[in-house]
Design a binder for this molecule. Structure first.
Ligand code: GLC
Length: 643
């Protein structure tokens, strides 16, 4: 039985508290980051050049702490939660968590037949309180408040379990916490690269620690990954662009040169050169900037973002993103699989997720860059890009019933500067599912836009982060949440939240995914349901003052997630099955849930992630709108946002 189950039972039966193991697991050093550079190393995997931000090239490793009892992940040896301290009967339902479609809330140790029955419990309590025989309304109220209490206790214990698991996933480097492992299932023999610290996966872990007031791990993560930023890695004799952040890194323990009896720890980054499909992680640097800002806002410690090496790191990421290419669009041009969806899913080009993170990172960077002569050009380029990017996304990615109707009647082959159908979209492209799916109230930003092609799929992360970062207008942001509410059965169903909707099927799946057996319809990236997305949903809902949506989603997740062992993702249209190849004890599922809970308890804290549109941008944007030929032609009034 998990801790969650145990805690509920303690309340139900007054059992003595089970031993909580996290104090023993907790071993976070409060010391800062310490680097010890060593200059003579052999060229092997795990070492290599580090071009430091002071301009020097150096090889480096850091000596490991000895005498600390850690496993290969650098974690202290501590077991998962102790189990089985209570004998119990089955719980059938709790408030708001009714049995649906034959699937019951998956309480830990479901198979135990002696779990308590809440109905029995309610009656028992009523009898004990002398309430038997009172009016049916009173009974209802009494049982309602009891079941509410049970739910609260249950939720609290799921949360406690999540904290224990999150702490167990911490990776140490030279005795300091530097990140969290992607998945931590002791029974999984096919770990692949899930034993690494992924940059994107660490974001919810980092936010959870920040919201708890534990800043060291985030600070260490920021500074260590910064040192990895410029490692010289090559793929077929070609190096990634300067400024690229790795997708993940691993702490390796290797024999110390020239001394067989000693070992040392090295940080070994992966920029995609070892990743399945060899995909470069465009999102890593963007998330890094977003986390850096959140760290400063949460901890009040601005000294990290003000450091020269950190400022250089920010600029390197920006330069890489703002570099000129052949592209005509202000959106960032990337290959397939360069973000959370890190396999072929037909999102190459200008996928929404990258654009939303790009916009958010640009705004965050602008806030953090210290003004100095050398960066004036960069800041100018950044400002121009912000305006152009928001205009482009709001204008051309937006879709709702009205816009769909416009597209349905589009004329094509318009050769002119003021063409209405600028991208030459053929109306036949409107997929039949969309005609059914699009609600009368609500709308969303499409997944991608290319010449003669609109990817009409709904991508959750891109839409939610467009709300959080104010890439979407206020009206659009509300409309996105309206759509999520209206299409709850499709997008949330039994487990929040679908990564995208709908799934690619048949011939489309074969061609677009390359017949990927992991991305079969309604699984994994192809319409699977990912609990980690709860935290982004929660931030978006808090920003728009619509917390009830997030609360409902969190309650849904709470029903199964602990009993199901915190899966990475769920399969099927309703998200009713644990994903076929899903990892268990997936850290960002755990952390995503925790961040959602922490923010719902303290919504004001969401401001460390939210970026509000500033008046300069609004003005520049409205000028662009009024200058747009399409708007002029229709004689619309100059206004800030037009949906
Ligand atoms: C999968 C996900 C990716 C994640 C990684 C580690 O590859 O697609 O987004 O970062 O697993 O959890």
């Amino acid at each position: 039985m998990t801790a969650a189950g145990e805690a509920v039972l303690q309340v139900l039966w007054g059992a003595s508290p089970c031993v909580n193991s996290f104090d023993r697991c907790l071993n976070i050093s409060s010391s800062g980051v310490s680097f010890k550079f060593n200059v003579k190393y052999a060229k092997n995997k795990g070492t290599g050049y580090a071009e430091l931000h002071n301009g020097l090239k150096s090889r480096w490793r850091v000596c490991a702490f000895h005498g600390v009892d850690r496993d290969s992940h650098g974690k202290t040896g501590c077991n998962r939660l102790k189990s089985g301290c209570c004998k119990c009967r089955r719980i059938e339902s709790i408030d708001g968590l009714t049995v649906d479609n034959g699937r019951q809330p998956s309480f830990p140790n479901k198979s135990e037949s002696n779990e308590p029955n809440v109905q029995d419990f309610k009656l028992d309590r009523q009898l004990k309180n002398g309430k038997a025989g009172i009016s049916s309304n009173d009974k209802l109220n009494a049982s309602g408040s009891i079941t509410n209490t049970v739910h609260k206790v249950w939720a609290k214990s799921v949360e406690d379990e999540a904290w224990d698991l999150l702490r167990e996933s911490i990776v140490y480097y030279c005795g300091n916490p530097v990140g969290t492992i992607a998945a931590n299932d002791p029974n999984d023999s096919t770990i692949l690269n899930y034993d690494q610290v992924f940059i994107r996966d660490f974001i919810p872990s980092g936010i959870a620690f920040l919201l708890k007031g534990e800043y060291d791990i985030v600070r260490n993560f920021i500074l260590h990954t910064l040192q990895l930023q410029s490692w010289e890695k090559t793929m077929d004799c070609h190096s990634p662009g300067q400024g690229l952040m790795p997708a993940s890194f691993k702490v390796r323990t290797v024999p110390l040169d020239g001394d067989d009896s000693a070992t040392e720890e090295v940080l070994d980054p992966d920029f995609g050169e070892a990743a399945i499909g060899r995909v470069a992680p465009v999102d890593s640097g963007l998330w890094w900037i977003i986390l850096l800002r959140a760290y400063g806002k949460c901890s009040g410690d601005l000294s990290v973002q003000e450091r020269v090496d950190v400022q250089t790191g920010i600029k390197m990421i920006l330069k890489l993103c703002l570099a000129d290419g052949f592209d005509m669009f202000p959106t960032l041009l990337v290959t397939d699989g360069s973000c959370m969806i890190d396999r072929r899913m037909g999102i190459h080009g200008h996928p929404l997720e990258i654009q939303a993170l790009f916009y958010s990172a640009l705004l965050s960077a602008r806030e953090m860059l210290t003004p100095e002569d050398g960066s004036a050009d960069l800041i100018r380029a950044l400002n121009n890009r912000l305006v152009a990017l928001s205009f482009h996304i709001r204008e051309y990615y937006w879709i709702d019933m009205k816009k769909l109707n416009e597209i349905y009647r589009y004329k094509t082959e318009e050769y002119s500067y003021d063409a209405v159908n600028k991208f030459n979209i053929y109306p036949d492209q409107i997929p039949p599912w969309l005609v059914e799916f699009m609600p009368h109230i609500g709308g969303y930003l499409i997944g991608n836009l290319q010449p003669a092609h609109m990817d009409f799929r709904f991508f959750s992360l891109g839409n939610l982060w467009s709300v959080v970062s104010s890439l979407a207008t206020v009206d659009q942001s509300h409309a996105i949440l309206d759509l999520i509410e209206a299409k709850w059965a499709e997008l949330v169903a039994d487990m929040p939240l679908k990564i995208c909707y709908p799934a690619l099927e048949g011939q489309e799946w074969r061609i677009i995914t390359g017949s990927d057996p992991k991305n079969t319809p309604w699984s994994y990236h192809n319409g699977g349901s990912w609990p980690t997305l709860l935290w982004q949903l929660t931030v978006a809902c808090i920003k728009m003052n619509r917390v009830e949506i997030a609360e409902k989603a969190v309650k849904l997740a709470e029903r199964h997630i602990s009993g199901d062992k915190w899966p990475e993702y769920y399969d099927t249209k309703r998200g009713r099955f644990i994903g076929k190849q899903s990892r268990l004890y997936q850290t960002w599922s755990i952390a995503g849930y925790l961040v959602a809970k922490l923010l719902l308890d303290n919504p004001a804290a969401a401001k460390v992630l939210v970026t509000e549109e500033d008046s300069e941008l609004v003005n520049a944007f409205s000028c662009m709108i009024s200058a747009s030929p399409r708007r002029r032609k229709r004689g619309r009034k100059k206004q800030t946002f037009i949906v």
